[in-house]
Ligand binder design. Structure first.
Ligand code: MTE
Ligand code: HPA
Ligand code: MOS
Length: 772
C-alpha cells in the first residue's frame, strides 16, 4: 500500500497550517528575541514599534492573563521573558501587525536594556556551579567498584558529543482563531496537540475545554515539535485573545534555528574494565547533558540516556551517572532517539578503546559482549525475545564480513593517502515512553451509512506514515478496502488528553486504540449478521474483501448492505477505543523496573573511504539487518529505516552545531549548518528485515521503527576512526563528534595543526598587479 499522502505531496497539494485559506482579518505575528544570553531585564522600549503603520499590538509578559509558564516537566520556563533572559533568541515580545513584513520590521524597532550576567555554555562547568536541573540519576548493576580489580586492563576517556538541528522542512508555525466568548481554535504544527491545549489554557487562564487544537500534518517534527511547538501556538492564542482577531505566526528558517532547541550535546566520561580476551567486566559512565536554559524535556531525555547506556551489550557490573546541566543556550529538546544515541555513542567509544588497547578487531570485542536472552539491563528489565545475536549473525553472514575485512585490508596496503575503514553497529532501543503514564492512546471510529469510515486518533502525521499505517490497520480489521477509510485531523475535541506522537510508539499505541474501537463495532455487526442471516455463532462471522462470511464461506451479503441494515436496525456505528500498554512500570526510588514493552534490535555494517590528506570521505556502504517484526507496510517502514540512518549519519559527520562563548549560534543558517544530501548517502545501501520476529503486543506483529535506525549512523564515526588508524595509528584520537572533514584533518595531522595555530598567521599573498 502506497503512502496515502503520496499523490498530494508530489503534486504540492497537501496542506500545512498556513496553506489553509486565510480567515477574514487574519493578523500576523513576529517575535522579538533576546539579543543576549543571560541578564536581568532593565527595560523594554517598544514605543517605536507600536507607532509603525499597521502594527496592532506589542505583547509582553505583563499582558499574559493566566500564568506565564510553559515548562512541560519542571515549571521553569516563561512563555515570554519576564524578569530575566536566559539565552539568545529567547522570546521577549510578540508584535502583531497587518502583515508579516510589518511585524518583522517592527521587531527591529524594539530595544531591550539588559544588565548582563555571566553565562555558561559547557555542561560540566554548569554542573560544577550547581546549575543542575532535577536530581542527578544513578543506575547500577552488580558492583563496579570491586570489579575493577578483577580486570586485566581498565581504560578511561571522555566523549564530547555534538548537538543536532532538526531541520524539519516546515518551520514552527501556528494560527489561532477566536470563537464566541473565550473559545479559541488553534491550528498548529505540533507533535503534541494536548500539550498545546493545556499550555494555551494556562497562558490565557481558562479551562482546557475552551481550547480546541487541530493538527492536519507536520512537515517533519523529529522531536523538535514534541514540546517546542507549544510556545508559538500559545503566542498566537495570546495575540488572538488581545486583538480578538485570528493571528498567525510563521518562523523563518533563521528565526527557527536561533530560537528553538535541538538535540542535546553531551560531555561523557567513561571507564571500562576487561579481561585480556576482551570480555567486559565493568563499565561506568558519567553523562553531563547540556540541557540549555530550561528543563524542557531534558530530564526525560536524560532518563532515556541512562536506559541506553549499555546499548545491546551485557555487562555484569555497571554504574551510570547522569546529570542534566543548565546552560545559557536554547533549551535542548527531543530529537529522534531522545538521549539514547548519545549513550550508545559512549558505549561504542569504550569498546573501541578496548579493541585498540588489546589490538583486537573492534567487532570481536562487540561480539564477545552481545546481549543474550534473559540478560539483565542495568535497570532491571530482562532481555526477552532478544534479537541482538540473530541480527548480528544475519548481518555478518549475509553481508560477508570477512570479505569486507579483506577488501579493506588489501585496499589499505595498496594506498597511502586513501584509507578504508568499516564498523559494525548493533542497536537495541526500548519501546515505550519512559514515563509509564504516557503510554496511552485513544481512537474514535465512525462508520457512515454508505460504508465509508472516519478514523480519528491522537496520533500526529509528521511524515512517518502514521496515517497510512492506521488506514491499513483499520481496513484490515474491518475487512474492507483501505479506500473507504479517511484519516481525520488530530483534534483535541475528538481525542482527549493524548500523549505526544513520539517515542516511536505512535502506530503501536494509536493502532491498538483503533483496533479496540473497531472491535466494539464489529461485535455489534456480527450479532446483527447472525440475527439477519439466521446463523448461530457471532464468532464465526467475519468480513473479508467486503464480503460477509460465515464459517469462512460467503453468505450473500456485502459490507454496504450490512452497514445499511445496521443503521436501519438502530445499531451504533461509532465507537471510542482506549489503549494503555500493559505490564510496564518503573520504580525511580530503586531505578529498577520494566519500563519498555519490548526492544528493537538491529545490526549495521558501515564502510568508508577517507582521503587522509584532505580529510574528506565517502560513505561507501551501509548494510543493515533490522528487527521490524512483521512489516505493516514495507515501503513506509523502509523509508523510516533509510531516513533514520541518514539523520544518524549526518549527526555523526557533517552537522556541526556550534555556539560561541557568548552563547550565540555560529551555525545559524543552512549555509553554515550542513545536512547530508542524497550524494552523501552511501551508494550501496542495503536493508534486510529479520524474519520471524513478530511482536505480540503490536497490531499485526509489527515493531516500532521511527527512531531506532538513526543509531546505525553512529557506526560511521567508528568506521572513519578505523580509516584514520590505518593512516596513522595513535591511541589518543578524540571521541569528539561530529567527525567533520575539518576535524578529521586536525586529528590526523594534530601536531602539524598545533604548530600552525601557535604561529601567528603571516600574510603572504600579494595583489596580482604586484606579482609580475
Ligand atoms: N519520519 C519523518 N518523515 N518525519 C518525522 O518527523 N520523526 C521521528 C520518526 N520518523 C519523524 C520521522 C521521530 S523523532 C519519532 S519519535 C517517530 O518518527 C514518531 O512517529 P512514530 O511514533 O509513528 O514512529
Ligand atoms: N520518548 C520520547 N518522548 C518522550 C519520552 C520518551 O521516552 N518521554 C517523554 N517524552
Ligand atoms: Mo521522537 S524524539 O520521540 O519525537
Amino acid at each position: 500500500m502506497k503512502n496515502i499522502d503520496a499523490s498530494l505531496h508530489t503534486r504540492g497539494e497537501s496542506l500545512y497550517v498556513d496553506d489553509v485559506s486565510q480567515p477574514e482579518g487574519l493578523l500576523h505575528a513576529a517575535i522579538f528575541p533576546s539579543p543576549v544570553a543571560h541578564g536581568k531585564i532593565k527595560s523594554l522600549h517598544k514605543d517605536n514599534a507600536e507607532k509603525l503603520d499597521g502594527v496592532i499590538a506589542v505583547i509582553t509578559a505583563e499582558n499574559i492573563p493566566g500564568e506565564n509558564q510553559i515548562g512541560p516537566i519542571i515549571q521553569d520556563e516563561d512563555l515570554l521573558a519576564g524578569k530575566e533572559v536566559h539565552f539568545i533568541g529567547q522570546p521577549v515580545a510578540i508584535v502583531v501587525a497587518s502583515t508579516a513584513e510589518i511585524a518583522r520590521k517592527a521587531v527591529h524597532q524594539i530595544r531591550l536594556e539588559v544588565e548582563e550576567l555571566p553565562i555558561i555554555t559547557d555542561p560540566v562547568d554548569a554542573f560544577r556551579q550547581g546549575e543542575i536541573i532535577g536530581t542527578p540519576r544513578t543506575f547500577q548493576l552488580g558492583d563496579v567498584e570491586s570489579a575493577w580489580s578483577n580486570c586485566d586492563i581498565v581504560l578511561e576517556d571522555v566523549c564530547e558529543i555534538g548537538g543536532q538541528e532538526h531541520v524539519y522542512l516546515e518551520t514552527q508555525r501556528a494560527r489561532a482563531i477566536p470563537g464566541e466568548g473565550s473559545i479559541m481554535q488553534i491550528y498548529a504544527s505540533t507533535q503534541s496537540p494536548y500539550a498545546v491545549q493545556r499550555h494555551a489554557a494556562k497562558i490565557l487562564g481558562i479551562p482546557n475545554h475552551l481550547i480546541e487544537v487541530d493538527v492536519l500534518r507536520l512537515g517533519g517534527g523529529f522531536g523538535g515539535k514534541e514540546d517546542q511547538a507549544t510556545p508559538w501556538a500559545c503566542m498566537v492564542a495570546l495575540a488572538s485573545h488581545h486583538t480578538k482577531k485570528p493571528v498567525e505566526l510563521v518562523l523563518s528558517r533563521a528565526e527557527d534555528i536561533r530560537m528553538t532547541g535541538k538535540r542535546h550535546p553531551y560531555k561523557s566520561f567513561f571507564k571500562i574494565g576487561v579481561t585480556k580476551e576482551g570480555k567486559v567486566l565493568a563499565y561506568s559512565a558519567e553523562h553531563y547533558q547540556n540541557a540549555g536554559a530550561s528543563a524542557d524535556l531534558s530530564p526525560a531525555v536524560l532518563e532515556r540516556t541512562m536506559f541506553h547506556s549499555t546499548n545491546s551489550y551485557f555487562i555484569p557490573n555497571v554504574k551510570i551517572f547522569g546529570a542534566s546541566c543548565r546552560t545559557n543556550l536554547p533549551p535542548f529538546t527531543a530529537f529522534r532517539g531522545f538521549g539514547g544515541p548519545q549513550a550508545m555513542f559512549v558505549m561504542e567509544a569504550a569498546l573501541t578503546k578496548v579493541a585498540e588497547a588489546l589490538n583486537m578487531p573492534r567487532e570481536q570485542i562487540q561480539a564477545k559482549n552481545l546481549l543474550q536472552e534473559n540478560n539483565l539491563f542495568p535497570y532491571g528489565q530482562k532481555a526477552t525475545r532478544c534479537q541482538a545475536q540473530p541480527t548480528w549473525d544475519e548481518a555478518v553472514n549475509a553481508y560477508q564480513i570477512e570479505k569486507i575485512q579483506s577488501r579493506v585490508t588489501a585496499f589499505n596496503e595498496k594506498h597511502f593517502e586513501r584509507k578504508k575503514g568499516f564498523a559494525v553497529m548493533p542497536i537495541c532501543f526500548g519501546i515505550s515512553f519512559t514515563s509509564t503514564f504516557m503510554n496511552q492512546a485513544g481512537a474514535l471510529v465512525h462508520i457512515y451509512t454508505d460504508g465509508s469510515v472516519s478514523v480519528s486518533t491522537g496520533g500526529v502525521e509528521m511524515g512517518q506514515g502514521l496515517r497510512t499505517n492506521i488506514a491499513r490497520i483499520a481496513a484490515d480489521a474491518l475487512g474492507i478496502d483501505s479506500e473507504r477509510i479517511k484519516l481525520e485531523t488530530t483534534n483535541t475535541i475528538r481525542i482527549a488528553n493524548m500523549s505526544p506522537s513520539a517515542a516511536s510508539a505512535t502506530t503501536v499505541l494509536n493502532g491498538n486504540a483503533t483496533l479496540l474501537a473497531i472491535e466494539q463495532i464489529m461485535k455489534r455487526l456480527k450479532t446483527l449478521a447472525c440475527e439477519e442471516l439466521k446463523v448461530a455463532d457471532p464468532d464465526k462471522v467475519s468480513i473479508q474483501d467486503e464480503k460477509i462470511l460465515y464459517d469462512g464461506s460467503e453468505i450473500g451479503w456485502d459490507w454496504e448492505r450490512l452497514i445499511q441494515t445496521a443503521y436501519l436496525r438502530r445499531i451504533g456505528l461509532s465507537a471510542h477505543g482506549f489503549y494503555a500498554t500493559p505490564d510496564i512500570y518503573f520504580d525511580k526510588s530503586r531505578e529498577k523496573g520494566r519500563p519498555f514493552a519490548y526492544h528493537v534490535y538491529g545490526t549495521a555494517i558501515i564502510e568508508v573511504t577517507l582521503d587522509c590528506l584532505r580529510g574528506v570521505y565517502d560513505i561507501d556502504s551501509a548494510k543493515i539487518v533490522h528487527d521490524l517484526g512483521r512489516p505493516l507496510n514495507e515501503l513506509v517502514d523502509r523509508g523510516q529505516v533509510e531516513g533514520g540512518l541518514a539523520q544518524g549519519l549526518g549527526w555523526m559527520t557533517v552537522e556541526d552545531l556550534q555556539f560561541n562563548e557568548k552563547g550565540e549560534i555560529l551555525s545559524g543558517a543552512l549555509a553554515t549548518y550542513k545536512v547530508p544530501d542524497v550524494y552523501f548517502m552511501p551508494d550501496n545501501l542495503q536493508v534486510a528485515f529479520l524474519e520471524d520476529a513478530d511482536e505480540p503486543i503490536s497490531p499485526f506483529g509489527n515493531k516500532a521503527v521511527g527512531e531506532p535506525p538513526l543509531m546505525y549512523g553512529i557506526g560511521v564515526f567508528y568506521a572513519l576512526r578505523k580509516a584514520m588508524q590505518a593512516f596513522r595509528y595513535r591511541d589518543d584520537y578524540k571521541f569528539t563528534s561530529p567527525l567533520t572533514p575539518e576535524r578529521v584533518m586536525l586529528e590526523l595531522h594534530r601536531e602539524e595543526a598545533e604548530q600552525l595555530v601557535k604561529t601567528e598567521p603571516v600574510l603572504t599573498a600579494t595583489p596580482s598587479a604586484e606579482r609580475s
